[in-house]
Design a protein around this ligand. Structure first.
Ligand code: ATP
Ligand code: MG
Ligand code: MG
Ligand code: MG
Length: 483
């Protein structure tokens, strides 16, 4: 099955179970001070669970574009190094708002995985909440009994509060969850080791694919749990992980979700992609760079398409940091010294035609924005790298130097930290933060208003900040194009 078919099969399956299929919410969250980017399928339904919005459809399913690069969920450092954490990913989800509960949710997830997708039963593990006496949380016996109808007891793993109890916040809806893991190791290897210890990332080929959350309690202010008047189901399945499993690959990047991007990068850069290279092997750095670029362009493109442009603060800076991280990987490891990432935008957008038309229809615009960002960073990147290479230290990079890289050469601090790590060095963050705070005080004194939404470099490489609107950006891009 292709990725497109796999996604459609999920939606069709839940449609056949009377679910209403809804569109993905934008990846960029506006008007919520607690969240910058959508990081789970349930985000758009938060008010329903809190009882603050009317339930229109009691059963809903969708595929939600998510981003996990900030806050509680930050998977950025994993990307390109492991085979299954991405910055941007799709979360397939089905929900019951006060309608069905554990019995149906468990039976349907098992039916879909084993009968529709035909994942062999002996490759699946499930987990249930073991309870937590200290916290007064009961073990989820109900889920345990339900799973026993489908799986042998030794494939039901008991999980702790961290992995198997979901809470929206300090107060509010919460409940136990049940995860499904797939063991993708070769058959002989699977036979040789007992499964129990392997779940929860003990083995890189045993991966979590689906989380079923059962909201049945409301945690009130004094910390105690009250039963919710209506019980809800909230599930999330990692689409790229599912595709990898169904296509029989050992890495998400080998599936048809990522291969068009990786092949494009490989052809244009002239470096071969080695999926199996291990750290230290020849080809490892290049492979990481290709994976990072293929991953990051997805985050960048969807965020821009959903209305957040790269900028120097908040969500805009998160995306600028990711973009600069990708540009530097391309520059250093694949010798791509000219703007390149933007060429990936049409490759990506074409994959999402008819799925996320938000990107497909805006691909020219997104490409232009990425191009402009690349042009501006590439103006200072080479000099910054030279300065970094010449900098002499045994173990720690001085905060003031990190600040100079940031301020003069546009190196986000996490990029400097990454480059430092590659050399076995660390960065004096305290010193950096101090220098940053001093600069902020200086500029606060100079201007009362914080602009800084779009960066435009003038000829002598000074940065100049102006507010943005689309026509302004496009004018700038057109100017660049004419040069
Ligand atoms: P993991 O333990 O692998 O980090 P998680 O427990 O943080 O995953 P959940 O919050 O339970 O993930 O999200 C539901 C599903 O979304 C997961 O079972 C997984 O399949 C998928 N998922 C989570 N984070 C990522 C990511 N960074 N990239 C790709 N898929 C992800
Ligand atoms: Mg995680
Ligand atoms: Mg997990
Ligand atoms: Mg989970």
């Amino acid at each position: 099955m292709t990725a497109k078919e796999i996604r459609q099969t999920y939606l069709d399956f839940f449609k056949s179970k009377q679910h209403h299929i809804v569109p993905s919410a934008p990846i960029v969250v506006k008007n919520d001070p607690t969240l910058m980017f959508t990081n789970a399928g349930m985000n758009q339904f938060k008010d329903l669970f809190l009882g603050e919005a009317a339930i229109k459809y009691p059963r809903v399913a969708d595929t939600q574009r998510c981003l996990r690069v900030s806050g509680k969920h930050n998977d950025l450092e994993e990307v390109g190094i492991d085979t299954y954490h991405h910055t941007m990913f799709e979360m397939l989800g089905n929900w019951s708002f006060g309608d069905y509960f554990k019995k149906e949710a468990i039976a349907w997830s098992w039916e879909l995985l084993t009968e529709v997708y035909k994942i062999p039963k002996d490759q699946l593990y499930v987990s249930i909440f073991e309870g937590d006496e200290k916290e007064g949380l009961p073990r989820d016996n109900e889920a345990f009994e339900l799973w026993k109808q489908f799986v042998d007891e030794d494939r039901i793993i008991l999980g702790n509060k961290k992995d198997n109890f979901w809470e929206m916040g300090d107060t509010g809806p919460c409940g136990p969850c049940s995860e499904i893991h797939v063991d993708c190791r070769p058959f002989a290897e699977r036979l040789a080791v007992s499964g129990k210890s392997l779940v929860n990332a003990d083995h890189p080929q045993v991966i979590e694919i689906w989380n079923n959350v059962f909201m049945q309690f409301n945690r009130v202010k004094d910390g105690s749990l009250k039963p919710l008047p209506a019980q809800h189901v909230d599930t999330g399945m990692g689409f790229e992980r599912l595709v990898r499993v169904l296509q029989g690959k050992t890495s998400n990047y080998d599936s048809d979700v990522f291969q068009p991007l990786i092949q494009f990068i490989s052809e244009k850069s002239g470096f071969e992609y080695s999926s199996s290279a291990e750290p230290g092997d020849k080809g490892w750095n290049e492979a990481v760079a290709m994976r990072v670029m293929a991953d990051h362009i997805r985050a960048i493109s969807f965020v821009i398409a959903d209305g957040q442009l790269p900028s120097n603060n908040k969500a805009g800076y998160v995306i600028r940091r990711i973009l600069r991280r990708a540009v530097r990987y391309a520059y250093t490891f694949l010798n791509l010294k000219e703007p390149f990432l933007n060429q990936l935008v049409p490759v990506l957008a074409n994959q999402f035609e008819g799925v996320f038309d938000e990107l497909y229809l805006q691909k020219d615009f997104v490409q232009k924005v990425v191009l402009e960002e690349e042009v501006s960073f590439l103006r200072t990147l080479a000099t910054g790298i030279q300065r970094f290479e010449k900098y002499e230290t045994k173990n720690i990079i001085d905060g003031n130097f990190a600040f100079e890289l940031y301020d003069t050469f546009g190196f986000p601090i996490d990029l400097t930290e990454l480059m430092a790590r590659e050399k076995g060095l660390t960065v004096d963050m305290e010193g950096f933060n101090k220098a940053l705070a001093e600069q902020k005080n200086r500029s606060r004194a100079a201007t009362a208003v914080d602009t800084g939404d779009w960066i435009i470099l003038n000829q002598d490489n000074d940065t100049q900040f102006v507010g943005y609107d689309l026509t302004e950006i496009e004018t700038e891009i057109l100017k660049y194009r004419k040069v």
